[in-house]
Ligand binder design. Structure first.
Ligand SMILES: NC(=O)c1ccc[n+]([C@@H]2O[C@H](COP(=O)([O-])OP(=O)(O)OC[C@H]3O[C@@H](n4cnc5c(N)ncnc54)[C@H](OP(=O)(O)O)[C@@H]3O)[C@@H](O)[C@H]2O)c1
Length: 228
């Protein structure tokens, strides 16, 4: 039985990961910014016999991360999934920009994942994995404009976590970067390519297979390397 921590666990791909890991017999630390508003997750936790526990973590707030992770205990953690994300403004922002939304994007999708990793680091041993949800929009090969804050935050996350992967390799800790697919969630809507369950199943599989040799690589949800 593994212990896994999942941010943004109340909905979308993260919620499917909660259910897959619970069904596999893993202990799940489900981190959400508003536990009272996470009805479906609370129902899963209540029916889990203590396998799934819900903790308040706003990944845009480092104090909240420290407090929420401390509440999850002190035992070893095998996988940390940094999933939480916000898409923000889609249109080009060439005349003006919503700088508060930029701060939020970088807090949630760049600083937040590092702060979550730092908070769990004393509990990660050799073979532990930190799997970061990036996006194809963070790749230099993405051929469209717009989505400036989101796309550049994901590019920053990739660069950041590739450096972290190098620094954690001597300790045997594996760091992954992935594009979860174009997924029918609140973020991408019903016109997207795959369901949240299909995405989560792919992420689950590639997480099991991720090794120290491929630490720092950017993969698609189906395991193919993603150019960036
Ligand atoms: N869907 C896609 O097509 C797609 C494609 C590429 C990459 N991704 C990435 O995959 C990840 C999951 O996306 P999704 O499609 O599942 O998105 P989603 O359905 O919109 O869910 C986003 C999740 O992030 C949480 N979140 C946002 N800000 C947070 C904060 N400050 N603290 C804690 N949790 C926060 C949300 O919690 P609340 O319920 O509290 O808002 C929600 O649980 C994201 O990182 C996204 O960028 C998605």
């Amino acid at each position: 039985m593994a212990t896994v921590a999942i941010t943004g666990a109340g909905r979308g791909i993260a919620f499917e990961l909660v259910k897959l890991h619970a069904a596999a017999g893993d202990r799940v630390l489900a981190l959400v910014r508003n536990p009272a508003g996470a009805a479906a997750l609370n129902a899963v936790a209540a029916a889990s016999g203590g396998v799934v526990s819900v903790h308040r973590v706003d990944v845009g707030d480092v104090a909240s991360i420290a407090a929420g992770v401390a509440e999850t205990g002190t035992g070893p953690v095998d996988v940390v999934y940094n999933v939480a994300g916000v898409v923000g403004t889609v249109a080009p922002e060439l005349a003006s920009a919503d700088w508060a939304a930029w701060d939020e994007a970088y807090a949630i999708m760049v600083k937040g994942p590092l702060a979550v990793l730092q908070a769990f680091l004393p509990r990660l041993g050799a073979g532990a994995k930190v799997i970061n949800f990036s996006s194809q929009l963070g790749a230099s090969t993405w051929p469209y404009g717009g989505l400036y804050a989101y796309a550049s935050a994901k590019a920053a996350l990739n660069r950041l976590m590739r450096s972290v992967a190098t620094d954690l390799k001597p300790r045997g800790i594996i760091v992954g970067l992935l594009h979860p697919g174009y997924v029918h969630t609140d973020m991408s809507g019903p016109g997207a390519d795959i369901t949240p369950l299909e995405s989560a199943q792919g992420v689950y599989r590639i997480t099991q297979d991720w090794t120290l040799e491929t630490s720092g690589e950017f993969l698609n949800w189906d395991g193919r390397p993603h150019a960036w």
